[in-house]
Write a protein that binds this ligand. Structure first.
Ligand SMILES: Nc1ncnc2c1ncn2[C@@H]1O[C@H](COP(=O)(O)OP(=O)(O)OP(=O)(O)O)[C@@H](O)[C@H]1O
Ligand SMILES: [Mg+2]
Length: 396
């Protein structure tokens, strides 16, 4: 069982990445053409969580490194930055500048960004073929935190003597609409590579590939198919598939422990085990999402609970919800966000699958319904005094 769990662990990187051949090919072609033409370029990789973006781009780097070696080119230098680890957004420029040795010798007068800008504006004495691959993962953080940094980054790729390929990876689906037009207006729109959610067949193929290292089968085909179908319908998130399969093994193991009379040799994950694992996975997921939302989005959910909880209503409008939100903020002495941001936040909640927004030309008149159970929201905020106040309940 340990080996099975290992094969299905999110941290176990498969030797080949199936179902993402086309995406990997496009990314490799893009980078190769930049390297061959000795020009900079920007690639924007986007797709929902767990669709294999980080994994595929890591394989792309491996592939490019061996290609450049075979071709006798300068080794490709890579800077990988995960934005969740940045304490300061401009750290990115320091990390890139460090890779270009001259920075170390430069006087401390200019900022790392200015240094890079001037470096890329004139013909440099770097060895021919030097190209840096900058991978910026979890770029969503930057987009919400400091868009200017991103604009500056992608702008760098347009400098005449820029020597780097920028690969930005992000997962919010609507991000591209909000972020790309600005880059287009600055004339530095990156090439976009999107990763669609995995389908049921793709999930099954990936599972087959990952379980191939084992010499025995631990899952009933029906159980795997059930998991693939459920997750494909919900999100197409491979991380979720792997987690659920591992939980199903836990369920089986607990059953074997509790039921020592059970025949030996019957240790296979069945449809029923998977059913339990799936209901656990989906129940927690909603609560997890709610608990990790920014505070104002959580307040909005509380307002919806207040509006619906003691009435037969199951729909409202953005305008009505906004009125209720302003009242709650006032009573809690929390500065309220403006109405445009409020509408944006409703959209984000709808993208997350928590709400549904109807169609209306005017945003404020859009009909709004809840897509999750009120009980999930109540459960998520059970122990939090602020939200209990928000809901008008008193904690002991
Ligand atoms: N095609 C695949 N073959 C094998 N495993 C995969 C495949 N796609 C995804 N996985 C596995 O699913 C998990 C999630 O993949 P990955 O981290 O690449 O997703 P992501 O798109 O970067 O997600 P996020 O947006 O949350 O960062 C990893 O454990 C990865 O090994
Ligand atoms: Mg990732």
């Amino acid at each position: 069982m340990k080996a099975v769990k290992e094969a299905l662990h999110v941290a176990t990187s498969p030797t080949i990445v199936v179902c993402r051949e086309e995406e990997q090919r496009k990314a490799i072609e893009f980078c190769k053409s930049c390297i061959e033409q000795e020009k900079a370029g920007g690639l924007y990789v986007c797709g929902c969580p767990g669709t294999g973006k980080t994994l595929s781009i890591n394989k792309v780097i491996e592939n490019l490194s061996s290609w450049s070696h075979e071709m006798g080119l300068q080794p490709i230098q890579v800077v990988a930055i995960n934005c969740t680890s940045l304490t300061n957004t401009s750290e990115i420029f320091i990390r890139i500048a460090e890779k270009f040795n001259p920075y170390k010798r430069a006087s401390g007068r200019s900022t790392p960004l200015q240094h890079l800008q001037s470096l890329f504006s004139r013909k440099s004495n770097l060895p021919i073929g030097t190209i840096l691959l900058v991978i910026i993962d979890e770029m969503d953080y930057l987009i919400t935190k400091d868009r200017a940094v991103l604009h500056d980054l992608f702008m760098l790729t347009t400098f005449p003597f820029a020597r780097f390929i920028l690969i930005g990876i992000a997962n919010a689906i609507d991000l591209a609409d909000r972020f790309l037009p600005k880059l287009e207006s600055l004339n530095c729109k990156p090439t976009v590579l999107s990763f669609p959610a995995y389908s049921r067949d793709q999930i099954l193929e990936i599972l087959r590939q990952r379980l191939m290292v084992l010499e025995y089968s631990v899952f009933q085909p029906l159980a795997l198919d059930y998991c693939a179908r459920k997750v494909a319908a919900a999100s197409g998130d491979m991380r979720k598939v792997l987690d659920t399969c591992r939980t199903a093994i836990d369920v089986l193991e607990a059953e074997i422990r509790d039921n020592s009379t059970k025949e030996v040799g019957n240790d296979i994950v069945t449809f029923d085990h998977m059913d339990i694992a799936l209901s656990k996975a989906f129940k927690c997921a909603k609560v997890d999402i709610i608990q990790s939302l920014p505070q104002h989005q959580q307040i909005i959910l509380c307002c919806i609970v207040k509006l619906f909880q003691h009435s037969k209503k199951n729909a409202t409008t953005i305008a009505e919800l906004n009125r209720s939100y302003l009242q709650i903020c006032k009573s809690l002495h929390v500065p309220a966000i403006g109405s445009i941001e409020f509408i944006d936040m409703c959209r984000v909640l709808s993208d997350q699958g928590l709400l549904e927004l109807g169609k209306s030309k005017e945003d404020r008149l859009k009909r709004l319904t809840l897509k999750i159970d009120i009980s999930d929201i109540l459960f998520a905020f059970k122990e939090i005094r602020f939200f209990q106040n928000c809901l008008g309940n008193k904690l002991p």
